[in-house]
Design a protein around this ligand. Structure first.
Ligand code: SAM
Length: 350
């Protein structure tokens, strides 16, 4: 475990181990678990929900890009991890994908997944071409590592990643540069990241330095003052994450993005995004498939338009919340964890 390893180190070595190394080590050590094990996880539904949300976001942005006339669609998956979004890019019919992540083992697994996907595809299905890069995207310039030096992207997707870079202005800026400098005019920088306002609100409401229950716990080092960069907290989410993250003060993010000619077009909390998107039939049926849910029950008076929070809450009273069946849904604590996040979309002005 990263923390244990750190304990054994001499003070000088400790200093060298900066947060990027911690992040890479942590993600490299995460084991790839099969679907069966994943479905037993206490955050199974939360994962599915997050995947649904990313699918909707990615699908809608690809529609925008195509609508604007882009023929050859290229995407940068910044902080791709093990390639959890590969299928979404395949479904979206993109032409080229660049996957980059600081964790080498994850990038390797991502590439293996891609190779398998290609092998298993139908003969007449054209799978996108891809490049895989292991790099600390908050320190290194990705454009120098591209196979095609001229490549420009329609979309940069940065899912659950950007907050790691807010350790310092330099890092946050380099990550942003990597996300934006190779975007075509009109291209999009999309992503998901914790909402600093929500985190601070919950911290301030807590009588300790932490909050969260069951599946997650967020712990700060102090409260009352929150520096713009390097405001560290630990987000402990079941087996998934226990590495330092940093508050992303959104107005500052938006301001920094302007340097790259990026304009904010959408910023929405997960709860609001869910409420809006689930009203659309196609998104709703995808949600039901992904969550393996039956249509929202009408006998307990809940409609699709009810907020996810109400829905999950009510469902806990109807069902036994601790029973995980394919018909189950997010538990209250899963919802409390996922509702910390927000979706953002920036567009590159000419
Ligand atoms: N985007 C993937 C997804 O949605 O499934 C993975 C998300 S995971 C929560 C965060 C990822 O960010 C990890 O794979 C981690 O290695 C990567 N990451 C964190 N800091 C990074 C950095 N400085 N450069 C590149 N990747 C980074």
């Amino acid at each position: 475990h990263v923390e244990d390893e750190e304990e054994k180190m001499s003070p000088s070595k400790k200093q060298v181990l900066d947060h990027s190394v911690k992040v890479a080590t942590h993600y490299n050590q995460l084991q790839e678990v099969g679907l069966a094990a994943r479905s037993r996880s206490r955050i199974f539904f939360m994962r599915n929900f997050n995947n649904w949300l990313k699918s909707v976001l990615i699908g809608e942005m690809l529609e925008q890009v195509r609508g604007a006339g882009s023929q050859q669609v290229s995407v940068l998956d910044l902080g791709c991890g093990k390639g959890g979004d590969l299928l979404k890019w395949r479904r979206g019919g993109i032409d080229h994908l660049v996957c980059a992540d600081i964790a080498g083992v994850s990038v390797e697994q991502c590439q293996i997944r891609y190779d398998e996907m290609k092998k298993k595809s139908h003969r007449n299905e054209k799978i996108f071409t891809a490049q895989f890069i292991t790099a600390d995207c908050s320190k290194e310039l990705l454009s120098e590592k591209l196979d095609d030096a001229e490549l420009m992207f329609d979309i940069c997707s940065c899912q659950f990643v950007y907050h790691y870079s807010f350790e310092s202005e330099q890092k946050a800026n380099m990550m942003l540069r990597n996300a934006c400098e190779r975007l075509k005019p009109g291209g999009y920088f999309i992503g998901t990241t914790p909402d600093a306002f929500e985190l601070v609100k919950r911290l301030e409401a807590s009588d300790s330095l932490s909050f969260g229950k069951e599946v997650f716990k967020v712990t700060f080092q102090s409260k009352g003052s929150y520096p713009l960069f390097g405001c560290q907290y630990h987000f402990n989410l079941e087996e998934v994450v226990n590495v330092p993250e940093f508050l992303v003060y959104f107005p500052l993010f938006e301001h920094m993005a302007k340097q790259y000619n990026m304009q904010l077009v959408q910023k929405q909390r997960f709860a609001d995004f869910f409420e809006e998107k689930v009203k659309k039939e196609n998104h709703r049926s995808l949600m039901m498939k992904m969550m393996a849910l039956e249509p929202f029950p009408s006998e307990d008076g809940l409609q699709a338009s009810d907020s996810a929070e109400e829905y999950c809450h009510a469902k806990e009273h109807c069902d036994r919340a601790d029973v995980r069946t394919p018909l189950g849904t997010l538990s209250r604590s899963e919802w409390e964890a996922t509702s910390i996040y927000l979706v953002f979309v920036f567009q590159k002005m000419s």
